[in-house]
Design a protein around this ligand. Structure first.
Ligand SMILES: Cc1ncc(COP(=O)(O)O)c(C=O)c1O
Length: 380
């Protein structure tokens, strides 16, 4: 084999997907692994893409995406988040994944540090390290999944380039409260540090939805929003999202975007415009009902768990059983055919993640079998 890039050899493929594949291979029939909405994309959104295809909108599009879509995003961000931006501060990306990757490529030099509150979505570490940067974690399991000013100050060094905020969070479902946001703002104010808002779940908040860090208007030039259509509009297979950043940052990020994907698929962009007028409140209401059910079941079976305030994940502690999260999940899969994700995948080995974006019957069966399993474990 001809030698490859040394850094790519160290990149791990998604442990979530690895566990999901393993669980299916050993015959799990109740699957609460992936963060994929069980809803279909609403027809009124899909029909816009079908219409565009029938009208042969299949040429190359402009690198940053169509102007009418970028204008619509400005209107949407103002309406939803009171966030002022202009079309030349936006790139239409291949999901939030591409927005995050392009943003990191654009800002990181070797040895630069990125602060990540843990538990966290695993791609952050893989991509930052691939680009030669370093992850500095903050342990939010000791602060109720919130963030204090002290934690940020302890994590800051002269090499800090950015912090990544994910609220609601994957895997915890926690929403950062005003105190956390103010603490982050106070700690970072006046410093040359980017705040990357991975806002993919910020429409799926069950009570008192508020804007993310974009609320701090005086920090606008340092804020990078990475947004997705996958979760809010049940469009994960469409692969669409966007990045918002200051114009100069966008100018440079556009180079990565251009050489990686040229431009987003043209015929899906009219559907992206339509989606921004779609109200996902029925989906959110349905996730909330499932959240209420699964939370109660987990509490009733004696698990220590924080009630999620958004997204569609719940993250109970298994610390009292004194086994690793991988052992726990493997035994549950092999004996009870229920697949959930070990907390180890999110650098939090005392926890397990259940995705409740599946139908009620599946959630109920999962809870029944999980309850039987933990009875065999003892623990206090
Ligand atoms: C926190 C977080 N960020 C980003 C993504 C990727 O989203 P997209 O489908 O837009 O690439 C996910 C997907 O699960 C996620 O959970």
């Amino acid at each position: 084999m001809i030698s490859l890039n040394n850094k790519i050899l160290k990149v791990e493929t998604s442990k979530i997907r690895q566990f999901n594949d393993y669980a299916r291979a050993v015959g799990a029939d109740v699957i609460l692994t992936l963060g994929e909405p069980d809803f279909n994309t609403p027809d009124e959104i899909s029909n816009e893409a079908i219409k565009a295809l029938n009208e042969h909108q299949t040429k190359y599009g402009p690198t940053p995406g169509f102007l009418d879509l970028r204008k619509k995003i400005c209107e949407y961000e103002k309406r939803m988040n009171d966030f002022d931006c202009t079309p030349d501060e936006i790139i239409i990306t291949h999901g939030s994944t591409e927005a995050l990757t392009s943003a990191l490529f654009t800002m990181l030099n070797p040895e630069d540090e990125v602060i990540v509150p843990n538990p966290a979505y695993p791609m952050y570490r893989q991509m930052v390290e691939f680009m030669g940067g370093k992850i500095v974690t903050i342990d939010t399991t000791i602060t109720n999944f919130q963030i204090t000013k002290e934690q940020i100050l302890n994590a800051l060094t002269s090499k800090t380039k950015a912090i990544i905020l994910t609220s609601p969070n994957n895997p915890t479902g926690a929403v950062l409260n005003d105190a956390s946001y103010n603490a982050i703002y106070e700690a970072l104010k006046g410093k040359d540090i980017y705040v990357i808002c991975d806002d993919v779940y910020n429409q799926i908040i069950f009570e008192n939805r508020k804007p993310s860090f974009v609320r701090y208007k005086d920090m606008k030039d340092k804020i990078i929003v990475c947004q997705s259509y996958s979760k809010s509009y049940a469009m994960p297979g469409w692969r669409c999202g966007y990045m918002i950043a200051n114009q100069e940052f966008i100018k440079h990020a556009s180079k990565i975007h251009q050489y990686m994907i040229v431009a987003l698929n043209t015929f899906i962009q009219p559907a992206m415009i339509k989606a921004l007028d779609y109200d996902s409140k029925d989906m959110v209401e349905s996730y909330k009902e499932r959240r209420d059910y699964i939370y109660k079941r987990l509490v009733d079976m004696g698990l220590e768990v924080k009630k999620p305030e958004g997204a569609f994940y719940i993250f109970p502690s298994i610390k009292k059983f004194h086994i690793s999260s991988t052992d726990f999940c493997k035994r549950l899969t092999e004996k009870y055919k229920v697949a959930i994700i070990p907390g180890d995948c999110f650098e939090a080995d005392d926890y397990i993640r259940l995705s409740y974006c599946v139908d009620f019957e599946t959630i109920k069966t999962a809870c029944d079998r999980l309850e039987q399993f933990i009875k065999t474990l003892g623990g206090k």
